[in-house]
Design a protein around this ligand. Sequence first.
Ligand SMILES: [Zn+2]
Length: 438
Amino acid sequence: MLGDKNSILAHKPLALTKKRLRWLILLSSFPLFGMVAAFGIAPETSLEEPPVEEVILGLDLPEIIPVSSANMTFWRQESVQRGDTIATLLSRLEVNNQNAAIFLRDARDVKAMHQLVPGKIVHVQTTATGELLLLRYFPGGSEQLVMEKSGSAFKVSEKAADLETHIQMKSGVINSSLFAAVDKAGVPESVAIQIVDILASDIDFHRDLRKGDRFTVVYDSLYGNGEPARAGRVLSVEFVNQGVPHRAVYFQAENGESGYYAPDGKNLRKAFLRSPLEFSRISSGFSSARFHPILKTWRAHRGIDYAAPTGTRVKAAADGTVALAGWQGGYGNVIILQHQGQYSTVYGHLSTFAKGLRQGQRVSQGDIIGHVGATGMATGPHLHYEFRFNGVQRDPLRVAMPAANPVSAKYMGAFYDYTKPLMARLDMLRGTHLAFVD
Ligand SMILES: [Zn+2]
């Protein structure tokens, strides 16, 4: 019996309240209540093994309080399994049938309760007889759902989850596609998209990626109630593309100016994006023959073709004004944007234009202006992209582009102080990774 009790106590959560602990000690002092004590301890996973003996010896027995299992409450938790419904979960949580029926009625219009996410945890508080008092569910994001018994019904409330930030560091090597590599490294898709956006002025992720390219990324990850909620901001990233390392670090100066900068303080945001095509799981992947860029020599073609499924989103390469959005011969549906300094960009073979896009309209870099198609003289869906100076096609890869402002001189000290440890982390991870690859 004593052995049993010790093993039970060893599994109780570290965060037991004093009051709760006293109850446990009280209960464990009476063999009659052994069963009750076992119920009282079952829920919540333990973090570490608490120093059981010390606690028991160090406390005096409290005054005798009449113990009634009727007014004791218990916390239990269950992971959502694939195919679970609220009903099956409540049954596993040993909520009594009558009570479960009331809950199901009151949860009928609660969306989150009908879209249970496998792997997420549902916590319930019940009485000893299995009457449900409260259900807590955190599907991710920043809100947690609480359904609490109030009279004969359950009241629903959304409460802000207590979010904690953890810094994550991950690295990977590209073998088939960027998304395959980030998946393998356990990096969330939102972080992959950020990496692509941050380096969009330096790397054309549609055409420049090669097998063996590698990345290291440091980012914020938000946790609510100890469960992963969502990925936050990328803090620093290194991407080695065709042997050339590109590094970026997020920095916000005292005066509020912020952005991603190279280690020397240069701004990574350039006047033109390297690729005007949205990078996504579908449009990416140089290993897939179907989506492989149509390769033509620049000299013969005077433009860049991006093969991509019909409907892939096309972005404005730079801030500018719509000079044309209509049909033009072999280009089919085409958009021409006029930018500062005699530059213009051309987007051909589009299936559709962005809703409401019209001549004379101002657009910002990255705005969605249309969608990939095969209109005009096109053998298959692709984007024909041209970059022109004074109306003449130029190779965008050969034109030096002005960048946004670097970190102001007076903040460079603070910039180096802040970025030094982040750079050291990248160095460390790169070292680890190279060792691993070799
Ligand atoms: Zn073309």
